[in-house]
Ligand binder design. Structure first.
Ligand code: FAD
Length: 345
Protein backbone atom coordinates (compact mmCIF):
# COMPACT_ATOMS: atom_id res chain seq x y z
CA UNK A 1 0.00 0.00 0.00
CA UNK A 2 2.88 2.43 0.64
CA UNK A 3 4.21 1.95 -2.90
CA UNK A 4 0.80 2.73 -4.30
CA UNK A 5 0.69 6.02 -2.39
CA UNK A 6 4.15 6.98 -3.59
CA UNK A 7 3.36 6.38 -7.26
CA UNK A 8 0.02 8.13 -7.34
CA UNK A 9 1.06 11.26 -5.44
CA UNK A 10 2.15 13.59 -8.22
CA UNK A 11 1.63 16.86 -6.38
CA UNK A 12 4.96 16.75 -4.62
CA UNK A 13 7.44 19.44 -5.54
CA UNK A 14 9.84 19.36 -2.59
CA UNK A 15 13.32 17.91 -3.05
CA UNK A 16 13.38 15.56 -0.06
CA UNK A 17 17.19 15.35 -0.02
CA UNK A 18 17.31 19.00 1.14
CA UNK A 19 15.84 17.98 4.51
CA UNK A 20 18.29 16.99 7.26
CA UNK A 21 18.34 16.56 11.03
CA UNK A 22 15.90 15.68 13.79
CA UNK A 23 14.15 18.53 15.61
CA UNK A 24 12.45 18.45 18.96
CA UNK A 25 9.99 21.16 20.00
CA UNK A 26 11.35 22.23 23.41
CA UNK A 27 8.05 23.02 25.11
CA UNK A 28 8.56 25.23 28.14
CA UNK A 29 6.11 26.68 30.61
CA UNK A 30 7.18 29.55 32.84
CA UNK A 31 10.82 28.78 32.09
CA UNK A 32 10.56 25.06 32.88
CA UNK A 33 11.32 22.54 30.15
CA UNK A 34 8.52 19.97 30.07
CA UNK A 35 9.56 16.38 31.00
CA UNK A 36 8.34 15.08 27.62
CA UNK A 37 11.04 17.17 25.90
CA UNK A 38 13.71 15.10 27.67
CA UNK A 39 12.02 11.92 26.46
CA UNK A 40 11.82 13.30 22.90
CA UNK A 41 15.50 14.23 22.97
CA UNK A 42 16.31 10.63 24.00
CA UNK A 43 14.23 9.31 21.10
CA UNK A 44 15.63 11.89 18.68
CA UNK A 45 19.19 10.78 19.52
CA UNK A 46 18.28 7.17 18.66
CA UNK A 47 16.67 8.16 15.33
CA UNK A 48 19.54 10.53 14.48
CA UNK A 49 22.12 7.80 15.18
CA UNK A 50 20.32 5.45 12.76
CA UNK A 51 20.52 7.93 9.86
CA UNK A 52 23.75 9.71 10.83
CA UNK A 53 22.40 13.18 11.48
CA UNK A 54 22.19 15.80 14.24
CA UNK A 55 19.59 16.59 16.90
CA UNK A 56 18.27 20.11 17.36
CA UNK A 57 15.81 21.63 19.80
CA UNK A 58 13.57 24.55 18.89
CA UNK A 59 12.69 26.79 21.80
CA UNK A 60 10.30 29.75 21.95
CA UNK A 61 9.63 32.17 24.78
CA UNK A 62 10.85 35.32 26.46
CA UNK A 63 14.34 35.35 28.01
CA UNK A 64 14.82 31.70 27.13
CA UNK A 65 18.50 31.85 26.10
CA UNK A 66 19.55 30.64 29.57
CA UNK A 67 17.59 27.43 28.98
CA UNK A 68 19.74 26.32 26.06
CA UNK A 69 22.42 24.74 28.31
CA UNK A 70 19.88 22.34 29.76
CA UNK A 71 18.90 21.25 26.25
CA UNK A 72 22.55 20.69 25.29
CA UNK A 73 23.03 18.62 28.45
CA UNK A 74 20.09 16.43 27.41
CA UNK A 75 21.53 15.79 23.96
CA UNK A 76 20.68 18.68 21.62
CA UNK A 77 23.58 19.46 19.26
CA UNK A 78 21.91 22.76 18.34
CA UNK A 79 19.23 24.90 19.87
CA UNK A 80 17.26 27.26 17.63
CA UNK A 81 15.72 29.79 19.97
CA UNK A 82 13.21 32.57 19.43
CA UNK A 83 13.13 35.25 22.13
CA UNK A 84 10.29 37.77 22.04
CA UNK A 85 7.72 39.15 24.52
CA UNK A 86 4.91 37.90 22.26
CA UNK A 87 6.23 34.36 22.75
CA UNK A 88 6.23 34.47 26.56
CA UNK A 89 3.16 32.26 26.80
CA UNK A 90 2.04 29.79 24.16
CA UNK A 91 -0.27 31.11 21.49
CA UNK A 92 -1.05 29.12 18.38
CA UNK A 93 -0.55 31.83 15.77
CA UNK A 94 2.67 33.27 17.22
CA UNK A 95 4.43 29.93 17.80
CA UNK A 96 3.22 28.51 14.45
CA UNK A 97 4.58 31.49 12.53
CA UNK A 98 8.02 31.41 14.16
CA UNK A 99 8.54 27.66 13.92
CA UNK A 100 7.13 27.41 10.40
CA UNK A 101 9.62 30.04 9.22
CA UNK A 102 12.46 28.17 10.93
CA UNK A 103 11.39 24.87 9.34
CA UNK A 104 11.28 26.49 5.88
CA UNK A 105 14.72 28.01 6.39
CA UNK A 106 16.60 25.10 8.00
CA UNK A 107 14.62 22.15 6.55
CA UNK A 108 14.63 19.45 9.25
CA UNK A 109 13.90 15.90 8.10
CA UNK A 110 11.92 15.03 11.25
CA UNK A 111 10.06 17.20 13.80
CA UNK A 112 8.88 15.70 17.11
CA UNK A 113 6.50 17.34 19.58
CA UNK A 114 5.07 16.08 22.86
CA UNK A 115 1.41 15.07 22.69
CA UNK A 116 0.62 17.63 25.40
CA UNK A 117 -2.21 20.16 25.16
CA UNK A 118 0.23 22.56 23.49
CA UNK A 119 1.86 19.98 21.19
CA UNK A 120 -1.53 18.65 20.10
CA UNK A 121 -2.50 22.19 19.08
CA UNK A 122 0.77 23.32 17.56
CA UNK A 123 1.64 20.10 15.64
CA UNK A 124 -1.36 20.05 13.28
CA UNK A 125 -1.11 23.82 12.62
CA UNK A 126 2.55 23.50 11.71
CA UNK A 127 1.92 20.46 9.52
CA UNK A 128 -0.72 22.34 7.50
CA UNK A 129 1.45 25.44 7.14
CA UNK A 130 4.45 23.33 6.07
CA UNK A 131 2.33 21.25 3.66
CA UNK A 132 3.23 17.96 5.29
CA UNK A 133 1.59 15.20 7.31
CA UNK A 134 1.46 14.55 11.04
CA UNK A 135 1.01 11.34 12.99
CA UNK A 136 -0.58 12.20 16.31
CA UNK A 137 -0.16 10.46 19.67
CA UNK A 138 2.64 8.07 18.69
CA UNK A 139 3.76 5.41 21.14
CA UNK A 140 6.66 4.02 19.07
CA UNK A 141 9.00 5.43 16.41
CA UNK A 142 11.42 3.44 14.29
CA UNK A 143 13.41 4.54 11.28
CA UNK A 144 14.66 2.67 8.25
CA UNK A 145 18.25 3.86 7.66
CA UNK A 146 17.85 3.12 3.93
CA UNK A 147 14.79 5.22 3.07
CA UNK A 148 14.94 7.46 6.20
CA UNK A 149 11.20 7.15 6.66
CA UNK A 150 9.94 6.86 10.22
CA UNK A 151 7.53 4.09 11.07
CA UNK A 152 5.21 5.97 13.40
CA UNK A 153 3.05 3.67 15.54
CA UNK A 154 -0.07 4.82 17.37
CA UNK A 155 -3.23 3.21 18.78
CA UNK A 156 -6.15 3.33 16.34
CA UNK A 157 -9.82 2.35 16.29
CA UNK A 158 -10.34 2.88 20.01
CA UNK A 159 -7.07 1.16 20.84
CA UNK A 160 -8.14 -2.08 19.19
CA UNK A 161 -5.19 -2.07 16.82
CA UNK A 162 -1.85 -0.38 16.51
CA UNK A 163 -1.44 1.49 13.21
CA UNK A 164 2.01 2.08 11.73
CA UNK A 165 2.08 5.14 9.51
CA UNK A 166 4.73 6.58 7.19
CA UNK A 167 4.91 9.95 5.51
CA UNK A 168 6.05 8.96 2.01
CA UNK A 169 6.61 12.11 0.01
CA UNK A 170 6.48 15.16 2.23
CA UNK A 171 8.98 16.69 4.62
CA UNK A 172 9.45 17.20 7.46
CA UNK A 173 8.02 14.01 8.87
CA UNK A 174 6.11 15.13 11.95
CA UNK A 175 4.88 13.25 15.01
CA UNK A 176 3.40 14.11 18.36
CA UNK A 177 4.56 11.57 20.93
CA UNK A 178 2.75 10.61 24.11
CA UNK A 179 4.45 11.73 27.32
CA UNK A 180 5.76 8.92 29.50
CA UNK A 181 6.35 6.45 26.67
CA UNK A 182 9.93 7.03 25.52
CA UNK A 183 13.09 6.66 27.62
CA UNK A 184 14.54 9.90 28.95
CA UNK A 185 17.74 11.27 27.39
CA UNK A 186 20.92 10.91 29.41
CA UNK A 187 21.92 14.11 31.24
CA UNK A 188 25.52 15.09 30.58
CA UNK A 189 26.25 18.29 32.55
CA UNK A 190 28.50 20.69 30.67
CA UNK A 191 27.80 19.11 27.26
CA UNK A 192 28.20 21.89 24.68
CA UNK A 193 26.18 22.74 21.60
CA UNK A 194 25.46 25.59 19.26
CA UNK A 195 22.77 28.18 20.07
CA UNK A 196 21.21 29.84 17.01
CA UNK A 197 18.96 32.84 17.56
CA UNK A 198 15.98 33.06 15.22
CA UNK A 199 14.86 36.41 13.80
CA UNK A 200 11.39 37.19 15.12
CA UNK A 201 9.10 40.02 14.10
CA UNK A 202 5.36 40.35 14.05
CA UNK A 203 3.29 42.75 11.98
CA UNK A 204 0.53 44.74 13.66
CA UNK A 205 -2.52 42.56 14.30
CA UNK A 206 -0.69 39.49 13.00
CA UNK A 207 -1.34 37.70 16.28
CA UNK A 208 -5.07 37.49 16.62
CA UNK A 209 -5.21 36.10 20.14
CA UNK A 210 -4.50 37.99 23.34
CA UNK A 211 -3.92 36.55 26.81
CA UNK A 212 -6.02 38.58 29.20
CA UNK A 213 -5.43 36.60 32.37
CA UNK A 214 -3.75 33.34 33.36
CA UNK A 215 -5.85 31.33 35.81
CA UNK A 216 -4.06 28.45 37.47
CA UNK A 217 -5.93 25.26 38.17
CA UNK A 218 -6.36 24.75 41.89
CA UNK A 219 -7.21 21.63 43.85
CA UNK A 220 -5.58 18.25 43.90
CA UNK A 221 -4.27 17.05 40.54
CA UNK A 222 -2.38 13.86 39.90
CA UNK A 223 1.25 13.81 38.85
CA UNK A 224 1.61 10.37 37.36
CA UNK A 225 4.33 10.78 34.78
CA UNK A 226 7.33 10.60 37.13
CA UNK A 227 5.86 8.27 39.78
CA UNK A 228 7.92 5.15 40.49
CA UNK A 229 5.07 3.31 42.24
CA UNK A 230 1.48 3.62 41.06
CA UNK A 231 -1.41 2.07 42.94
CA UNK A 232 -4.28 2.14 40.50
CA UNK A 233 -7.90 1.35 41.28
CA UNK A 234 -10.82 0.26 39.13
CA UNK A 235 -14.52 -0.43 39.54
CA UNK A 236 -13.58 -3.37 41.75
CA UNK A 237 -13.14 -0.79 44.52
CA UNK A 238 -16.92 -0.73 44.68
CA UNK A 239 -17.11 2.91 45.78
CA UNK A 240 -14.95 6.08 45.77
CA UNK A 241 -13.86 5.54 49.41
CA UNK A 242 -11.82 2.59 48.18
CA UNK A 243 -9.19 5.06 46.97
CA UNK A 244 -8.42 5.83 50.65
CA UNK A 245 -7.16 2.27 51.05
CA UNK A 246 -5.01 2.67 47.91
CA UNK A 247 -3.64 5.96 49.30
CA UNK A 248 -2.41 4.11 52.41
CA UNK A 249 -0.41 1.73 50.23
CA UNK A 250 0.81 4.60 48.02
CA UNK A 251 2.03 6.54 51.08
CA UNK A 252 3.79 3.47 52.45
CA UNK A 253 5.65 2.93 49.14
CA UNK A 254 6.22 6.60 48.34
CA UNK A 255 4.02 6.38 45.27
CA UNK A 256 0.78 7.81 43.96
CA UNK A 257 -2.71 6.55 43.23
CA UNK A 258 -4.28 6.33 39.77
CA UNK A 259 -7.47 5.05 38.24
CA UNK A 260 -9.24 3.39 35.34
CA UNK A 261 -11.57 5.47 33.19
CA UNK A 262 -14.66 3.75 34.56
CA UNK A 263 -14.00 5.32 38.00
CA UNK A 264 -13.47 8.73 36.38
CA UNK A 265 -16.71 8.36 34.43
CA UNK A 266 -18.48 7.39 37.65
CA UNK A 267 -17.28 10.67 39.20
CA UNK A 268 -15.19 8.87 41.84
CA UNK A 269 -11.91 10.63 40.98
CA UNK A 270 -10.51 13.46 38.83
CA UNK A 271 -9.59 12.77 35.20
CA UNK A 272 -5.95 13.73 35.89
CA UNK A 273 -5.64 10.32 37.66
CA UNK A 274 -6.83 8.33 34.64
CA UNK A 275 -4.41 5.92 33.03
CA UNK A 276 -4.97 4.68 29.51
CA UNK A 277 -5.60 5.56 25.94
CA UNK A 278 -7.66 8.63 26.76
CA UNK A 279 -5.76 9.37 29.97
CA UNK A 280 -2.09 9.43 30.91
CA UNK A 281 0.52 6.92 29.75
CA UNK A 282 2.70 5.79 32.65
CA UNK A 283 5.88 3.76 33.01
CA UNK A 284 6.53 3.26 36.74
CA UNK A 285 8.80 0.69 38.37
CA UNK A 286 5.70 -1.04 39.79
CA UNK A 287 2.08 -0.64 38.68
CA UNK A 288 -0.50 -2.16 41.02
CA UNK A 289 -3.80 -2.78 39.17
CA UNK A 290 -6.41 -3.24 41.91
CA UNK A 291 -9.89 -4.27 40.80
CA UNK A 292 -9.13 -3.34 37.18
CA UNK A 293 -10.31 -5.77 34.50
CA UNK A 294 -7.56 -4.96 31.97
CA UNK A 295 -9.47 -3.50 29.01
CA UNK A 296 -7.24 -2.81 26.00
CA UNK A 297 -7.73 0.95 26.42
CA UNK A 298 -6.40 0.73 29.98
CA UNK A 299 -3.46 -1.49 28.97
CA UNK A 300 -2.47 1.06 26.30
CA UNK A 301 -1.47 3.41 29.12
CA UNK A 302 0.40 1.11 31.52
CA UNK A 303 1.71 -2.03 29.90
CA UNK A 304 5.25 -0.75 29.52
CA UNK A 305 5.58 -0.49 33.34
CA UNK A 306 8.65 -2.38 34.63
CA UNK A 307 6.48 -4.67 36.82
CA UNK A 308 2.72 -5.09 36.90
CA UNK A 309 1.04 -6.56 39.98
CA UNK A 310 -2.65 -7.32 39.49
CA UNK A 311 -5.16 -7.93 42.27
CA UNK A 312 -8.49 -9.19 40.98
CA UNK A 313 -11.07 -11.60 42.33
CA UNK A 314 -11.77 -12.99 38.86
CA UNK A 315 -8.97 -15.37 37.89
CA UNK A 316 -9.92 -14.97 34.21
CA UNK A 317 -9.61 -11.16 34.19
CA UNK A 318 -7.56 -10.04 31.14
CA UNK A 319 -5.25 -7.98 33.39
CA UNK A 320 -3.55 -11.25 34.42
CA UNK A 321 -2.35 -11.69 30.82
CA UNK A 322 -0.03 -8.68 31.15
CA UNK A 323 0.72 -8.99 34.90
CA UNK A 324 4.14 -10.11 36.12
CA UNK A 325 2.53 -11.12 39.44
CA UNK A 326 -1.15 -11.87 39.85
CA UNK A 327 -3.07 -12.16 43.11
CA UNK A 328 -6.52 -13.71 42.79
CA UNK A 329 -8.55 -12.36 45.67
CA UNK A 330 -10.65 -9.57 47.14
CA UNK A 331 -8.61 -6.37 47.17
CA UNK A 332 -10.16 -5.45 50.53
CA UNK A 333 -8.44 -8.52 51.99
CA UNK A 334 -5.25 -8.51 49.91
CA UNK A 335 -4.22 -4.85 50.34
CA UNK A 336 -4.59 -4.77 54.16
CA UNK A 337 -2.45 -7.94 54.27
CA UNK A 338 0.24 -6.27 52.13
CA UNK A 339 0.11 -3.18 54.40
CA UNK A 340 0.42 -5.37 57.49
CA UNK A 341 3.51 -7.06 56.06
CA UNK A 342 5.05 -3.70 55.05
CA UNK A 343 4.40 -2.29 58.54
CA UNK A 344 6.11 -5.30 60.08
CA UNK A 345 9.28 -4.93 57.99
P1 FAD B 1 -14.47 -3.13 35.05
O1 FAD B 1 -14.21 -3.51 33.65
O2 FAD B 1 -15.86 -3.09 35.55
O3 FAD B 1 -13.61 -4.13 35.96
C1 FAD B 1 -13.69 -4.23 37.34
C2 FAD B 1 -12.82 -5.40 37.77
O4 FAD B 1 -12.76 -5.45 39.18
C3 FAD B 1 -13.32 -6.76 37.30
O5 FAD B 1 -12.26 -7.42 36.62
C4 FAD B 1 -13.69 -7.50 38.59
O6 FAD B 1 -13.40 -8.87 38.53
C5 FAD B 1 -12.78 -6.79 39.60
N1 FAD B 1 -13.30 -6.80 40.97
C6 FAD B 1 -14.58 -6.54 41.40
N2 FAD B 1 -14.61 -6.52 42.76
C7 FAD B 1 -13.35 -6.78 43.18
C8 FAD B 1 -12.75 -6.89 44.47
N3 FAD B 1 -13.47 -6.70 45.60
N4 FAD B 1 -11.43 -7.19 44.54
C9 FAD B 1 -10.69 -7.39 43.42
N5 FAD B 1 -11.21 -7.29 42.17
C10 FAD B 1 -12.52 -6.98 42.06
N6 FAD B 1 -10.37 2.79 30.24
C11 FAD B 1 -9.30 3.19 30.95
O7 FAD B 1 -9.03 2.69 32.04
N7 FAD B 1 -8.49 4.19 30.45
C12 FAD B 1 -8.71 4.80 29.27
O8 FAD B 1 -7.96 5.71 28.89
C13 FAD B 1 -9.84 4.39 28.50
N8 FAD B 1 -10.10 4.95 27.30
C14 FAD B 1 -11.14 4.47 26.56
C15 FAD B 1 -11.36 4.97 25.27
C16 FAD B 1 -12.41 4.48 24.50
C17 FAD B 1 -12.59 5.03 23.11
C18 FAD B 1 -13.26 3.48 25.03
C19 FAD B 1 -14.36 2.93 24.20
C20 FAD B 1 -13.05 3.00 26.30
C21 FAD B 1 -12.01 3.48 27.09
N9 FAD B 1 -11.78 2.99 28.38
C22 FAD B 1 -10.67 3.38 29.05
C23 FAD B 1 -12.76 2.12 29.07
C24 FAD B 1 -12.37 0.65 29.06
O9 FAD B 1 -12.84 0.05 27.87
C25 FAD B 1 -13.00 -0.08 30.28
O10 FAD B 1 -14.40 0.11 30.25
C26 FAD B 1 -12.47 0.38 31.62
O11 FAD B 1 -11.06 0.38 31.62
C27 FAD B 1 -12.97 -0.58 32.71
O12 FAD B 1 -12.60 -0.09 33.96
P2 FAD B 1 -12.40 -1.09 35.19
O13 FAD B 1 -11.41 -2.13 34.84
O14 FAD B 1 -12.17 -0.25 36.38
O15 FAD B 1 -13.87 -1.70 35.37
Amino acid sequence: PFDAIEKTDETVKKDLSDYKGVWVFAEQREGQIMPVVIELLGEARKLAAEIGTEVSAVLCGENVDSMTDELFAFGADQVYFADHPELKNYRTDAYTKVIKEAIEKFKPEIVLLGATHIGRDLGPCLAVKCDTGLTADCTKLEIDPEDKKIRQTRPAFGGNLMATIICPNHRPQMSTVRPGVMDKAEHVPGRKGKAIKLDVSFEDNEIRTKIIKMVKETGELASLIDAEFIISGGMGLGNPDGFELLKNLAEKLGGTIASSRACVDAGWIDHSYQVGQTGTTVKPKIYFACGISGAIQHLAGMQSSDYIIAINKNENAPIFEVADYGIVGDLYEVIPTILEELNRS
